[in-house]
Design a protein around this ligand. Structure first.
Ligand SMILES: NC(=O)c1ccc[n+]([C@@H]2O[C@H](COP(=O)([O-])OP(=O)(O)OC[C@H]3O[C@@H](n4cnc5c(N)ncnc54)[C@H](OP(=O)(O)O)[C@@H]3O)[C@@H](O)[C@H]2O)c1
Length: 268
């Protein structure tokens, strides 16, 4: 069975690569591509825009125009657009894979409320390598414990609008959970001036923005006499796009509920 996939945020950096990844997956087909209602791409062939040749799928400016054509929506757009799209998916019983990051706590709560209605898969990062790193971080934090200072470093391209990255925040949650800490209490986002010695239980985040960096994350566990580092470097957005398509194919078989890439990869 082929999973018919529609892409929301199709005009974006991820959207374009998602068109390619969907087309190249033999278990999926592109069934819709949604952009802003004001976009000049409306009516352009999505395959031609995605660089894979004509697919006879016209780009649309309103999800309502594509809702009956697809089985699963993959949404990499903005918090505002994703919240509007999930409402329509829920009304039509369509599973949704969400890659958008940067939701406020309030927006996140609204998003999660849909898990009772439809299969909902959220992941701050869809690469297989990063999801393996989440698992490795959990193990490292439990083994190394409170004797090691934990710091998270991330770098992304100059266009990224949220900081720290959704992946860095998820890594922080994994670390805090393994160390039995509340991330909201212990997270430190940047340091400046006479800040005094480092409180032992803090988890520090450092952010670099520039150039075309697709996504680097390094987590350091620092103690007297040694340091452990776990690093992931993405060199192509296809790493995220292929994972999101794999997730969409998997999600089509699920009942309503909240899932992440760890479920898809069987890492739980
Ligand atoms: N989870 C992961 O693995 C992962 C990986 C990479 C990126 N991301 C996240 O995915 C999202 C997209 O990333 P990107 O690099 O592709 O960004 P991008 O190039 O800015 O693409 C976002 C797209 O969404 C569209 N959009 C934004 N607001 C909209 C609205 N209100 N209505 C309709 N369309 C709207 C934009 O339209 P316009 O072009 O008209 O502005 C744009 O085409 C970000 O939140 C990013 O952090 C997640």
């Amino acid at each position: 069975m082929t999973t018919r996939i529609a892409i929301a945020g199709a005009a974006g950096r991820m959207g374009k690569v998602l068109i390619e990844a969907t087309h190249k997956n033999s278990d999926a087909s592109l069934a819709g591509a949604i952009v802003r209602p004001t976009s000049t791409l409306i009516n352009v062939d999505a395959g031609e825009f995605g660089g894979v040749g004509k697919l006879n799928v016209k780009i649309v400016g309103d999800i309502a125009q594509a809702i009956n054509q697809f089985d699963v929506l993959i949404d990499f757009s903005s918090p505002e657009a994703t919240l509007s799209n999930i409402k329509i998916c829920a009304a039509h019983n369509k599973p949704i894979v969400i890659g958008t990051t940067g939701f406020s706590d309030l927006e996140k709560a609204e998003l999660l409320s849909y898990q009772n209605k439809i299969p909902l898969l959220l992941s701050a990062n869809f690469s297989t390598g990063v999801n393996l790193c989440f698992k490795l971080l959990d193990i490292a934090a439990r083994v190394l414990g409170d004797e090691y200072d934990v710091e998270v470093y991330e770098a992304h391209h100059r266009h990224k609008v949220d900081s720290p990255s959704g992946t860095a925040m998820r890594m922080g949650e994994v670390l805090a959970n393994a160390l039995d800490r509340d991330l909201k209490q212990v997270a430190v986002y940047g340091r400046e001036g006479q800040i005094g010695p480092r409180p032992r239980d803090t988890i520090g985040f450092a952010t670099v923005r520039g150039g075309d960096v697709v996504g680097d994350h390094t987590i350091m566990f620092l103690a007297d006499g040694e340091r452990v580092e776990i690093t992931h470097k993405a060199s192509s957005r296809l790493a995220f796009a292929n994972g999101a398509v794999r997730a969409a194919i998997w999600l089509q078989q699920q009942k309503s509920g909240l899932f992440d890439m760890q479920d898809v990869l069987g890492l739980k």
